[in-house]
Design a protein around this ligand. Structure first.
Ligand code: AMP
Ligand code: ZN
Length: 474
């Protein structure tokens, strides 16, 4: 049945996700259905997000949309880190935000740090708008949540997990028996970072800073300074979603250090699992290389536009890969995705009607697509099924349009408003279209082709559809 453009299916799929915590696909059962809490580690707002970063949020958005489509009431939190993220995730090096303050020629102060953070938060929001990512319900930043972070350190100290050194307060991982549950602990990296910038007072190489002393920052019971990067996610996720919520997301790079540390901090205090499902997206590489400043391949949404690739074309390309598969970005691949995306838009635009009900054949397609998305968000399979369905002559065009637009609530490709691209023809073009229709009726194909060219010369692309010709500005 279709209700106000929304298909409500008499079909209750068992949604499964691959959980990094248990290393297997699991049935999704929220703590308190229909409510679902999702926390996604957000950007460090010291620079514009690159195309790789943005995959993490397209993925989180798909997850949210899919759960909402299945009538869950999602609360989505994405943090923006505006203090405390050092150049190495192992708490060594300089503060990335402080480096940005210097780069932007501002005086070094907390005010400048916050100003830079706000500038890049605005750009982040513009990027997620371009990608049709729904805004999170909360977008907290650590500079606004000092009390919560200080309180968490106090509790850790009381319970014997925290100790002071001359450069900060650290978490003693040997006190947390299950440290490293998510796995992937990179001992070699830890030892290397300990070698480069050793704090001989640290009890274990993997101990991490809860509070670092320094001139930039705020007062605390331990001294002037700022919170450690991992602390903000523990404090803010528990504040907005409770001590034990449903889903935590982030890129795979967060597994070894950041997420193991979040678990250690939160669970030492609460005694409960921080999140039940840990979902991680794989990385984007560009021309088979890591995205990095030193390679000069840090591409942003603006770079796409200069190559005539739309942000939603990029979103389409992302959906052609599974979120747990690494993807290799090339201009050729993006151009192909843009063309296919436009084809899908044109197909949807060319169809006027939306079917009010679905035939059994259409329902079968619908169920296949639901099953693909239920299987750990298999978007490449879901998109392939959409294209197969388009070719199925047993479905009416109106049914196809209904199904595509219905799943676009999950894909987020904005196919429903693509209709706006269709423009009213000026009178002289309208006259050419009508003349061409007469030529076609008389099977005068050379004249029809010539008229199509004359329409193009006026700046319009003409498409023949089952409902008659449509035009679009070139
Ligand atoms: P950052 O701003 O560095 O904290 O990163 C923001 C998000 O982007 C994190 O969830 C990272 O895991 C993710 N990320 C960073 N680089 C990539 C990449 N090349 N491909 C996919 N995700 C990435
Ligand atoms: Zn985080």
């Amino acid at each position: 049945m279709l209700e106000s453009g929304k298909i409500s299916y008499n079909y209750d799929p068992m949604i499964q996700f691959y959980n990094t915590l248990t290393k297997q696909k699991e049935d999704f059962k929220p703590n308190e259905a229909p409510r679902v809490g999702i926390y996604s580690c957000g950007p460090t707002v010291y620079d514009r997000a690159h195309l790789g970063n943005l995959r993490a949020y397209v993925f989180a958005d798909l997850l949210r949309r899919w759960l909402e489509k299945n009538n869950f009431q999602v609360t989505h939190v994405i943090n923006v880190t505006d203090i405390g993220h050092l150049t190495s995730d192992q708490d060594t090096g300089e503060d990335k935000m402080a480096l940005a303050v210097t780069r932007e020629g501002l005086p070094m102060s907390i005010e400048s740090l916050i100003k830079v953070g706000e500038k890049y938060t605005d750009l982040f929001l513009a990027d997620i708008d371009a990608l049709n990512i729904k805004h999170p319900h909360h977008l907290p930043r650590p500079s606004n949540h000092l009390a919560e972070q200080i309180e968490l350190i106090k509790q850790l100290e009381e319970k014997g997990y925290a100790y002071r050194t001359s450069d900060g307060v650290y978490y003693d991982i040997s006190r947390f028996a299950t440290y490293g549950q998510l796995g992937n602990i990179d001992l070699a990296a830890q030892q290397e970072s300990a070698r480069i910038e050793s704090n001989p007072e640290k009890r274990n190489p993997a101990d991490f800073a809860l509070w670092k002393f320094g001139p930039l920052g705020w007062e605390s019971p331990w001294g002037h300074g700022f919170p450690g990067w991992h602390l903000e996610c523990s404090a803010m996720s528990m504040k907005y979603l409770g001590e034990s919520f449903d889903i935590h997301t982030g890129g795979v790079d967060h597994i070894p250090v950041h997420h193991n540390n979040e678990i250690a901090q939160s669970e030492a205090v609460s005694g409960k699992p921080l999140a039940h499902y840990w979902l991680h997206n794989e990385f984007i590489r560009i021309d088979n290389k890591k995205i990095s400043k030193s390679l000069g391949n840090v591409l942003t949404i603006d770079d796409l536009q200069s190559q005539n690739i739309s942000a939603l074309g990029y979103r389409y390309w992302l959906l052609t890969g599974h979120y747990r598969s690494p993807m290799n970005l090339t201009w050729e691949a993006l151009r192909a995705a843009e063309t296919t995306y436009k084809k899908l838009v044109d197909f949807v635009v060319s169809l006027e009607a939306i079917a009010p009900t679905l035939s059994p054949d259409a329902t079968t397609w619908q169920e296949k697509i639901i099953n693909a998305l239920s299987d750990d968000l298999n978007t490449p399979q879901a998109l392939a099924l959409i294209w197969e369905m388009i070719k199925d002559s047993s479905l009416s065009p109106a049914e196809k349009k209904a199904i595509i637009l219905d799943f676009d609530q999950v894909f987020g490709l904005n196919l429903a408003s693509a209709r706006q691209e269709v423009v009213e023809a000026p009178n002289e073009v309208q006259a050419l279209i009508e003349e061409r229709e007469r030529a076609r009726a008389n099977q005068n194909w050379p004249l029809a082709d010539e008229l199509r060219q004359r329409i193009a010369d006026q700046g319009f692309e003409l498409k023949d559809t089952p409902n008659g010709p449509t035009i679009k500005k070139i």
